[in-house]
Design a protein around this ligand. Structure first.
Ligand SMILES: Cc1cc2nc3c(=O)[nH]c(=O)nc-3n(C[C@H](O)[C@H](O)[C@H](O)COP(=O)(O)OP(=O)(O)OC[C@H]3O[C@@H](n4cnc5c(N)ncnc54)[C@H](O)[C@@H]3O)c2cc1C
Length: 368
């Protein structure tokens, strides 16, 4: 198969990029290559109200609404003191947010790109990509090879451009989520609940099908000290949480660890590649902005790719790179302010590092 653009990864970033490309530049052929069949649970349950204009822009808002994802009108947080505070979206001009069935949401976006003419390849993990005379040769684990003029990396945490394009990571912290699924027949409010503790924070969110996800978020070195991979230690810690511990009972699965520290690529685009979504920059899940950011960067990436391939103008790629960088710096400032809102454990490494006055400047220069 030969295409103009190969987009690897059909999460929100990859699908948004494919949809936007097909809508704006229908002369460009697009392959959207996805390792999974959207048949396993995915992280990220709350879609912020800010996603609405992006879904409208992509022409999928009506389909999204019809899918019946539960509306959510705010979050609840025990942050700064022990009592829970509600943060309502009631004053949000864009209306409510949503509690997503993530796998269904991702599948809907990917299928929409196919209706617009993108070639959607599911169950097709990319194992290798190498430059050729006129672009890229992309090998799939199932033995197929795809030739493409341009490569877009939307593989989330996998961030395959690090391997194939030599892009370097700027790492800010080593936050890890240790999460577990629970049965939940309480019909509890679908609000996401966040609860700070001495070494990090817990969060829980209701899922479709009377299930619930509960996760402890802390730094990888603290997690080792707390033995969070051990189900008994994890459960004992959960039971000490005044709010989350009272909601979550009947665990029904193993503990799933997932890296979710703040990081960005030193450069998010080159002359024949671009990275979008978490592959380009990753925000702390506390922000609840990951999916919205992924959609936005997928759309912006499509503009830069379109200009490059149709007119040879690479200024869009440079603008895109600057945008990802400045968005991340802005995010780091907000992150610091939010973490400084919690002052109960100033001596603990988890909190002191995030609240440090120097953090925005010094962290943005750490490269690994
Ligand atoms: C615990 C946790 C809770 C979160 N909660 C929220 C929340 O409430 N709200 C929110 O907005 N965000 C949340 N996030 C963040 C959110 O999940 C991500 O920001 C978002 O999913 C990023 O979208 P993406 O398209 O960049 O990547 P992803 O959604 O990760 O999609 C990447 C895709 O690439 C595919 N892929 C990977 N490697 C390959 C390969 N080699 N070949 C082909 N395909 C490949 C994967 O199968 C996947 O479909 C949370 C994250 C975590 C860890």
């Amino acid at each position: 198969m030969r295409v103009d653009v190969a987009i690897i990864g059909a999460g929100p970033a990859g699908s948004a990029c494919a949809i936007a490309l097909r809508r704006r530049m229908p002369s460009l052929s697009v392959a959207l290559i996805e390792a999974s069949h959207f048949d396993t649970p995915r992280a990220g349950e709350t879609l912020s109200p800010a996603a609405r204009p992006l879904l409208e822009h992509l022409g999928v808002f009506d389909t999204f609404r019809a899918a019946g994802h539960a509306e959510v009108h705010g979050t609840t947080a025990s942050w700064g003191d022990a009592s829970p505070h509600d943060n309502d979206y009631i004053f949000h001009a864009r209306g409510p947010g949503w509690h997503l069935d993530r796998a269904r949401f991702d599948a809907m976006l990917a299928e929409h790109s196919a209706t617009l003419g993108a070639t959607l390849l599911l169950g097709s993990a990319v194992s290798e990509a190498n430059r050729s005379d006129d672009g890229w040769l992309i090998d799939l684990a199932n033995g197929r090879t795809i030739a493409a003029r341009f490569l877009a990396d939307a593989t989330g945490n996998a961030a395959i451009v690090r391997r194939f394009c030599g892009a370097r990571n700027v790492v800010v912290d080593h936050l890890v989520s240790f999460g577990r699924f629970f049965d939940d027949d309480t019909n509890a409010d679908p609000r996401t609940i966040v609860e700070a503790f001495a070494d990090g924070w817990w969060y829980t969110a209701a899922l479709p099908g009377k299930r619930r996800f509960v996760a402890c978020m802390t730094d990888s070195n603290v997690a080792r000290r707390l033995h969070l991979r051990d189900a008994e230690c994890w459960t004992r810690l959960l039971e000490t949480m005044p709010i989350t511990g009272g909601i979550a009972r009947h665990a029904s699965g193993p503990i799933v660890a997932r890296a979710c520290g703040s990081q960005r690529l030193e450069s998010a685009a080159g002359s024949d590649w671009i990275a979008a979504g978490d592959a380009a920059s990753r925000f702390d899940p506390l922000s609840s902005q990951g999916i919205t950011k992924a959609l936005r960067s997928g759309v912006f990436a499509s503009y830069a790719i379109g200009d490059q391939l149709t007119t040879g103008d690479n200024s869009g790629l440079r603008r895109y790179d600057r945008f990802i960088h400045s968005e991340f710096i802005h995010y780091l400032r907000t992150r610091k302010e939010v973490y400084r809102g919690e002052q109960r454990w100033p001596q603990n490494q988890f909190w002191s590092e995030r609240c440090s006055v120097e953090s925005v400047h010094s962290q943005s220069t750490i490269a690994t």
